[in-house]
Design a protein around this ligand. Structure first.
Ligand code: ADP
Length: 271
């Protein structure tokens, strides 16, 4: 349990009289600590690729390298630059989500469009990672009626939520593994879009913290696969803004299932 923090201000007035004002500043201090942590994390995330790039620049400047070697170093630098671009994109997305008003629910997006866009993204990413070797087996399945359903809210945000889940499934599932994307209706009338994989799975103790910014189960694995540590924070944010939620279940050695849950008031079938 965290201690409660109280600030006390003393005001003197009249003759020998004083007034003590007390204020509970626990929340304020917590928010300030979170902000400090965030800035420290962002700085660290930016410093790492910059350090690597400066190292390569120095090597290129000082060592007599063949053209082939120079190209290899430049390619490694490009990887770092792309990593930083991804980080900046995700940071901008998060700050946009925090700063913008709740989505306009008279806008809608067809579920089939949402899922199909993710399908081509997933196959592209999977092929890029596999580089010619056997990629994952990716299956998209939609009940034809639910495929016609419309989700209410911001299409760009919804797309980024599902894309993040699908790209995680691809990045954390070894070649030959399976990824299933399904659209279902829950017993309470909610619409469920689930992304299930047969990857490494996640131990139970990590699950509650997975949507925190920069929280990663395995830092080097996340970095290697081009992760920023912000993907699930973005998904959670988008779902909250849409009145829905993100549900996560996983078992080590079996795989994980990430589910976008849209309440019945946030989707509809065509008339
Ligand atoms: P990252 O960019 O590191 O992937 P995310 O916020 O998207 O950041 O995910 C946070 C962490 O959750 C990841 O670093 C990884 O450890 C874990 N994770 C996310 N998706 C999966 C998955 N499908 N299978 C296993 N672990 C996952």
């Amino acid at each position: 349990e965290r201690p409660v923090r109280i600030s006390v201000q003393r005001h003197r007035y009249g003759e020998g009289k004083q007034l003590l004002l007390t204020r509970d500043v626990t929340m304020l201090e917590q928010a300030e600590a979170m902000r400090r942590d965030f800035v420290a994390n962002v700085s660290h995330e930016i410093r790492t690729p910059l350090t690597v790039m400066s190292g390569f620049v120095e090597t290129l400047q000082t060592l007599p390298l063949s053209v082939e070697e120079q190209k290899r170093y430049l390619a490694l630098m490009a990887v770092q630059a792309i990593r930083m671009q991804g980080l900046v994109e995700d940071l901008l997305t998060l700050s946009r989500l925090e700063g913008s008003p709740i989505p306009n629910f008279s806008n809608t997006m067809r579920v089939s469009n949402l899922v199909q866009t993710c399908e081509s993204e997933a196959r592209g990413l999977s092929d890029a990672i596999a580089q010619g070797a056997a990629a994952q087996i990716i299956q998209f399945e939609m009940n034809p009626l639910l495929a016609q359903a419309s989700l209410m809210g911001d299409p760009r945000e919804l797309q980024s939520a599902l894309s993040n889940l699908v790209s995680n499934a691809v990045r954390y599932t070894p070649a030959g593994g399976h990824i299933y994307v399904n659209v279902d209706q829950g017993v309470d009338g909610s619409l469920l879009i689930s992304v299930r994989d047969t990857g490494a799975g996640i131990a139970a103790e990590h699950l509650p913290r997975l949507t925190e910014r920069f929280y990663r189960v395995d830092r080097s694995r996340s970095r290697e696969s081009g992760g920023t540590g912000l993907g699930l924070a973005i998904v959670k944010h988008v779902m909250q803004r849409h009145g829905g939620s993100l549900s996560i279940t996983s078992e080590v050695g079996q795989g994980s299932c990430f589910k976008l849950v849209f309440p019945s008031t946030r989707w509809r079938l065509p008339a």
